[in-house]
Design a protein around this ligand. Structure first.
Ligand code: PBG
Length: 339
């Protein structure tokens, strides 16, 4: 196996090793050992309102929460020793450029402030940074017709991505997770953060994210289904050369990513292994996505498989493939030892 990544590609101030050392929780997050609660991240879907706890049909055990319910949830989670929560905002009003996401009073800003307060620094408050939950067309950025087809305008989107990152940072996010697969997004965010005294704030990049059918149930949860077309012009083709994933990771690292992610997890273990081997000195995360969750839940509900056994086997496989950090809808059940 050749190791052609040169750590010299990027250097200070794009790279700051201290971003992953600035408090105990983030240091623990990047330690490497077996699957334990402190390496798990729990996704949560947040919307406006009060006393809202709406079940997601296709994801038994997962809910859309209003902020008061989020606070109650975080108060419980902070005693369980999980690594962090990953917040997704679902605004009441969506428009063509996802304005709610760039407002300091938008749903995600409110959710982060409330979660940070309730977390009392016992878990990391992580934000998914993307536009698909905020736009009325459901795509991950601003649209253009310039290319002869309606598509996400890469460079116009970078500008609002940077604004979105500052909203998350000002609200107090501990770690930002950009998921839009827009070229240059990590660099654009890093620059915006560094110019605004957030040079300590780390990023976990959805670096190798595939255009996947496994996101189906998530789009019900986040109400982010594209209103036309699909995401194949920005997310990776599952049939592309596996090496394309290395290129994505390499670019994100050069732009200042601190942690990189492979997504989905279960059918991309080969990619994880490859990334692990080529970048042995970078923390690797995997997203055990909604479709992976729903398949196991559905089969378990029918009594066809043993949920607890299969989940533990799955998470172990992801860890074995090289991902030390796992984002999973089972994080709470694992931490509570009810699985
Ligand atoms: C984009 C985003 C998606 C997921 C996480 N962040 C959806 C998509 O790319 O269409 C999917 C997560 C899952 O399926 O559990 N904001």
């Amino acid at each position: 196996m050749s190791h052609n990544y040169s750590p010299q590609t990027a250097t200070f101030p794009v790279v700051r090793m201290r971003r992953l050392r600035y408090n105990k929780l983030i240091r623990e997050l990047v330690q490497e050992n077996a699957v334990t609660a402190d390496k798990l991240i729990y996704p949560l879907f947040i919307r406006q309102g009060k006393n809202i706890r709406t079940p997601i049909n296709s994801m038994p055990g997962v809910f859309q929460l209003s902020i008061d319910e989020l606070v109650r949830e975080v108060e419980e989670l902070r005693t369980l020793g999980i690594g962090g929560i990953l917040l997704f905002g679902i605004p009441d009003v969506k428009d063509s450029c996802g304005s709610d996401a760039t407002s300091d009073n938008g749903i995600i800003a409110q959710a982060v402030r409330a979660a940070k307060d309730a977390a009392q620094n016992k878990l990391l408050v992580i934000t998914d940074l993307c536009f698909c939950e905020y736009t009325d067309h459901g795509h991950c950025g601003i649209l253009t017709n310039r290319t002869g087809q309606t598509d996400v305008d890469n460079d116009a989107t970078l500008k609002i991505i940077a604004e979105q990152a500052l909203v998350h940072a000002r609200a107090g996010a501990d770690l930002i997770a950009p998921s839009g697969m827009i070229d240059g997004m990590i660099g654009a965010i890093r620059t915006a953060l560094d110019m605004n005294q957030f040079e300590h704030l780390p990023m976990m990049s959805y670096a190798a994210k595939y255009a996947s059918g496994f996101y189906g149930p998530f789009r019900e949860a986040a109400e982010s289904t594209p209103q036309f077309g699909d995401r194949r012009s920005y997310q990776m083709d599952p049939a592309a050369a596996a090496q394309q994933a290395l290129r994505e990771v390499e670019l994100d690292l050069a732009e200042g990513a601190d942690i990189v992610m492979v997504k989905p997890a279960m059918v991309y273990l080969d990619i994880m292994r490859m990334v692990r081997e080529h970048f042995p000195n970078v923390p690797l995360a995997a997203y055990n996505v909604s479709g992976e969750y729903s398949m196991i839940k559905a089969a378990a509900e029918r009594g066809w498989i043993d949920e607890s056994r299969i989940v533990r086997e799955t998470l172990t496989a992801i860890h074995r493939a090289g991902a030390s950090i796992i984002i999973t809808y089972w994080a709470k059940d694992i931490a509570k030892n009810v699985l």
